[in-house]
Design a protein around this ligand. Structure first.
Ligand SMILES: [Mg+2]
Length: 329
């Protein structure tokens, strides 16, 4: 739907040559005016802006001695329920991974679909049979269905096995609205929900009741908080979307999730851990190591929001160097 096509190389160029010069010598507490200065310096590039926005919030929080969630208005919650995400994988493997995650306390399973309608419906049936009636199953099609009519048919078939909602079955906002009119399952917008303007359009078209709120896609925490306010006015609910971030990005996601009242849905939030803290947990553990010095807290299917000032995490500089990629390679 709406893509900006940023890469590590473009982000580094935009940050170094356009955005950082707007921030030099300024106070991190002036986050709003600094966003306006960044937007004036260069349009778009929300992921590059989000990187600096997260740094500004971390600095501002440390300066004031408060967690980032306080800068965003305070905590509505201090733990984020996990949706364990099953990537596109063979059905038997997906079912056993889901069973293991549920044994570890997870109450929501997120299924990636959209490749093959028959396989998708069969997987949902197998999961429901294996997990029983109490586990929430949500589906993300990543715009994978060709036609709204096909999407509607597949959603109805899946809902024989009780799915909580369907994320972005088709791309276009009017196609989403067509599917929404045809099914009783709530739709969630992800690829179609970047900005405040996208939320207004989704509302106008009655295209989705739910959406995925990212730190990155609106251009950082400051803008994401604004998207949350517009969506609250539109009567929508959200989860916190992400790209299975490592510790820094995930800490920002958690502070946003704590501070946005409508972020009530279980989220694909990784449990970031340095290799030294690794055990055999699989629920929401997607990497074998991380750049944070201490593991994120995990309790009964939820990730705990970090508590210290700023982002509340400590970065392991050696690991950061080890895992850094050459952006201009
Ligand atoms: Mg998605």
């Amino acid at each position: 739907m709406e893509y900006y096509g940023e890469t590590a190389k473009t982000a580094r160029h935009i940050v170094t040559d356009y955005l950082f010069p707007q921030l030099e010598g300024e106070s991190p507490l002036d986050i709003g005016p600094l966003h306006h200065a960044m937007d004036k310096a260069v349009k778009g590039h929300p992921y590059a802006k989000a990187a600096l926005d997260i740094a500004l919030h971390d600095l501002a929080g440390k300066e004031l001695g408060v967690p980032v969630s306080k800068l965003l208005g305070g905590q509505h919650r201090n733990r984020m329920p996990i949706a364990h995400s099953l990537g596109i994988m063979e059905t038997d493997k997906a079912v056993s991974e889901a069973e293991e995650a549920v044994e570890e306390g997870v109450e929501t399973i997120k299924v990636k679909a959209g490749l093959d309608p028959e396989r998708d419906v069969d997987l949902i049936r197998r999961l429901r049979e294996a997990l029983g009636p109490d586990v929430t199953i949500r589906v993300d099609a990543n715009e994978g269905y060709d036609l709204p009519s096909e999407a509607a048919r597949v959603i109805k078939e899946m809902n024989e096995y009780d799915i909580a909602y369907m994320e972005q079955p088709v791309s276009d906002v009017e196609d989403m609205a067509q599917v929404a009119r045809d099914v009783s399952v709530p739709l969630m917008a992800d690829e179609g929900a970047w900005t405040r303007q996208n939320i207004l359009s989704l509302r106008e078209h009655r295209a989705a009741e739910l959406f995925a709120l990212y730190v990155t896609k609106p251009g950082g925490l400051y803008r994401a908080r604004q998207v949350g306010v517009v969506a609250e006015a539109a009567g929508m609910q959200c989860d916190i979307g992400g790209s299975i971030e490592m510790g820094i990005g995930n800490a920002a996601n958690l502070h946003l999730g704590a501070a946005v009242p409508i972020a009530e849905l279980a989220s694909v939030t990784p449990v970031n851990r340095p290799a030294e803290a690794y055990d055999d947990q699989i629920a929401s553990v997607y990497y074998e190591d991380d750049i944070v010095a201490d593991p994120f807290g995990y309790e009964d299917g939820a990730v705990l929001v970090p508590e210290g000032p700023g982002l509340g995490i400590e970065v392991d500089e050696e690991k950061l160097a080890e895992y850094s990629i050459e952006a201009d390679a």
